[in-house]
Design a protein around this ligand. Structure first.
Ligand code: DGL
Length: 268
């Protein structure tokens, strides 16, 4: 198999990264994708940075063992806490989500006021404000952590009535601060895009990192002569959690989701 035909590895702490995978399937239908969801060790958001780094390195090794040509770190928390380590370790190119998302959001804000909703790990790392500062120091960034919303999505409860009330309360500070762009800085939040759009109304554009990272992926593959040139991409999914639960929740984002295989970490 030539490098061009090898799969792209995409990983996340759970089902959230399917929001990124879905965008890749749409933009790059000829690419094969191997997705890994670490649902068995979800959530990453509240974990210490060192633990997230160890988990991310284990996943990278697993994807490399299976011959991926490139890796997309769909998870914002891993991108915020472990990207330099992963890049150092990897013989294949690696993309995180934060820089490209910040660049995309910076282009969309007229008021130079951006909101970022993310996990505690991502917010405490300061990765998003740093990325915006490097692009335009005049942009004011309000970053808020909400782990409960992430957990509700992962557990398949996106449509639960408490989600709406909780989300409304969570985004209220963004409304008061006057953001005109809201970054959904965790892969699980785009399961709630419709609700977030409704809650922010005409005040803010909602940014899903999947868009920026997929465009960047396409450009990187082209530049590195790694684009798959023919045929339909194959898609396979691995989860360290329960494949049936993964399938049920994941189908909210990708109704065609199929072929989910279990993965067991040694000693678990
Ligand atoms: N999906 C991950 C992210 O994008 C984190 C969710 C979690 O494991 O807490 O940040």
């Amino acid at each position: 198999m030539s490098d061009r035909d090898a799969p792209i590895g995409v990983f996340d702490s759970g089902v959230g990264g399917l929001t990124v995978a879905r965008e890749i399937f749409t933009l790059l239908p000829r690419e094969s994708v191997l997705y890994f969801g670490d649902d068995g060790r979800f959530p990453y958001g509240p974990r210490p940075a060192e633990e997230v780094r160890v988990f991310a390195e284990q996943i990278l090794d697993l994807l490399l063992d299976r011959g991926v040509k490139m890796v997309v770190v769909a998870c914002n928390t891993v991108s915020a806490l472990a990207l330099p380590q992963l890049m150092q370790r990897s013989p294949v190119p690696i993309l995180g989500v934060i820089e490209d998302t910040a660049r995309y959001a910076a282009e969309l804000t007229c008021k130079r006021k951006v909101g970022v909703l993310a996990t505690p790990g991502t917010v405490n790392s300061g990765a998003y404000p740093r990325a915006f500062a490097a692009i335009d120091p005049a942009i004011e960034v309000m970053a808020i952590a909400s782990q409960p919303l992430v957990n509700l999505v992962e557990n398949g409860n996106s449509a639960h009535p408490e989600v709406r009330a909780y989300a409304a309360e969570t985004v209220e500070p963004f409304r008061r601060f006057g953001v005109d762009v809201l970054v959904l800085g965790c892969t699980h939040y785009p399961y709630l895009t419709r609700l977030m759009t409704e809650l922010m109304g005409a005040q803010a554009v909602i940014v899903d990192p999947a868009v920026a990272v997929s465009l960047r992926l396409a450009a990187e593959l082209r530049e590195r002569n790694l684009l798959s040139l023919e045929g339909e991409g194959r898609r396979s999914f691995l989860t360290s959690g329960d494949p049936t639960q993964f399938l049920n929740v994941g189908r909210q984002i990708d109704p065609d989701l199929n072929d989910v295989q279990p993965w067991r970490w040694p000693n678990e």
